[in-house]
Design a protein around this ligand. Structure first.
Ligand SMILES: *Cc1c(COP(=O)(O)O)cnc(C)c1O
Length: 435
């Protein structure tokens, strides 16, 4: 079988075809896998309704947004530009919530007011944001959402923990009374309470947050009808990692929301806001081997491919591991890290990119040291596919480092076509704004 792994329909011959049609390097997305992930999330158990909201910063490419929109998802935008971008993709303002560190003032403020009047939900994330939006909200009877900083978080690294006291997202619990006091004085209501504790959160902490957030909602927000548990649902990018159990987390949330109803008479609608879970395992970076080197007998084998940190910076940022698939020039799958025989390979190498930067490696540990991995030894020109790059790769890379151009994005559609959804950047575009 030439299927890359158990969770996609992609085969090595489809990858080869994509390289023939569009040349490497490219991002290749599997539409069917995105749709299955959406379906899985929508089947999460819940008590009184569930809104599934895609955190679009994970991957904001227009076609990807449209696929997810078609599945009935709503959207979380992290900036004004993300709202504008979603709107350009045909997504109505009323399906979007803005959860941002930005403080829209001057002309942006006018635009934000317009969007809110069209149905955009504004998620207040700081006292300053509240003071700035307060008069508008109360004059126009607009209910707001509030992002609470619970003081407890979890993520795959400190840089992805957004809930503990070393990160600054939302209004900290110690400031909540101040926020409520102001809102009461101004006649503002919060109907939506939001917490997002981090990316790749530990399930135990995610569950504990459900309890904590319900307590916060009961104590401070008598008019809230929606509780958002944020995103952060973990996925396994590597065979030895574990995906969050949606069913189990949903059952837990459902039980707690029903208990909350029994205690207070209030039926809360639940929201989740994943980015990673929707797209991470649906994306592949397709590269080709351009060189091979060895650093002595006690050194490492290096496989140099035509795309690295400027395509996937996650190993460098977070020491994240991504699975490798080696495909020969004639399209046979030589090795897959999801295949059981991977441990039987003798060859070990680090996959590195072209940038003048030791950190341009796809195999880094937390100290920034390249750790070689087992694989079939590829020849020059063979294809190296880097898996699980659907989230926080295309949307989050140092893409023009070494003046490498942003690569194109290709969709493997549900009916088996290969379709370009974003063109490669050109040299003219790279220098266009230079004076
Ligand atoms: C990034 C983000 C998410 C999504 O996080 P994932 O780990 O990708 O699921 C959800 N909500 C907010 C507010 C975010 O900033």
């Amino acid at each position: 079988m030439n299927i890359l792994n158990k969770f996609s329909r992609l085969t090595s011959s489809i990858v080869l075809k994509a390289v023939d049609l569009f040349s490497s390097p490219i991002y290749l997305y599997d539409e069917q896998s995105i749709i299955s992930n959406c379906n899985a999330l929508q089947s999460m158990p819940n008590a009184y309704g569930l809104t599934t909201r895609y955190a679009m910063k994970a991957n904001s490419c227009r076609s990807i947004l449209q696929i997810i929109n078609k599945q009935g998802f709503q959207f979380d935008a992290s900036s004004m530009n993300e709202i504008r971008r979603a709107h350009l993709a045909g997504i109505e303002y009323k399906k979007i919530i803005l959860t941002t560190q930005e403080v829209p003032i001057a002309a942006e403020r006018q635009e934000l007011e317009y969007m809110i009047m069209q149905g955009l939900k504004y998620n207040v994330c700081s006292l300053r944001q509240l003071y700035l939006i307060g008069d508008f909200a109360s004059k126009n009877n607009v209910n707001l959402a509030i992002r609470v900083h619970p003081g407890i978080g979890s993520g795959e690294s400190a840089t992805r923990n957004t809930g503990d006291n070393y990160s600054c997202f939302g209004i900290h619990l110690s400031n909540i009374e101040q926020a409520i006091g102001y809102a009461e004085k101004e006649g503002i209501s919060f109907d939506h309470v939001h917490v997002h504790i981090g990316s790749g959160a530990d399930s135990e902490v995610w569950r504990n947050n459900i309890d904590l957030e319900l307590c916060i909602l009961e104590k401070y927000f008598p008019k809230a009808n929606t509780i958002s548990f944020g995103g952060g649902l973990k996925v396994s990018r590597m065979p030895d990692e574990k995906t969050a159990d949606i069913q189990e987390l949903g059952e837990y949330a459902k039980r707690k929301i029903i208990q909350f109803y029994q205690k207070t008479g209030r039926k809360l609608k639940m929201e989740i806001e994943p980015g990673t879970y929707v797209v991470a395992n649906s994306g592949y970076a397709v590269t080709q081997v351009i060189d091979k080197k060895k650093t002595g007998n006690d050194g490492l084998n290096f496989i140099i491919v035509n795309g690295g940190m400027e395509i996937n910076a996650r190993p460098l940022l977070y020491a994240s591991r991504h699975p490798f698939y080696i495909i020969s020039k004639d399209g046979s799958l030589l090795s897959s890290e999801f295949a059981e025989d991977i441990s039987t390979y003798d060859f070990k190498a680090a996959i590195v990119g072209r940038c003048c930067e030791s950190g341009d490696s796809q195999c880094l540990d937390r100290e920034g040291v390249s750790i070689p991995r087992k694989m079939a030894e590829p020849d020059i020109g063979d294809i190296v596919v880097i898996g699980a790059v659907g989230a926080y790769c295309s949307s989050m890379t140092p893409m023009n480092y070494n003046s490498q151009l942003q690569i194109s994005e290709i969709l493997f559609t549900q009916n088996g076509e290969l379709k370009e959804i974003r063109k490669k950047q050109t040299l003219e575009q790279l220098v266009a704004n230079e004076i």
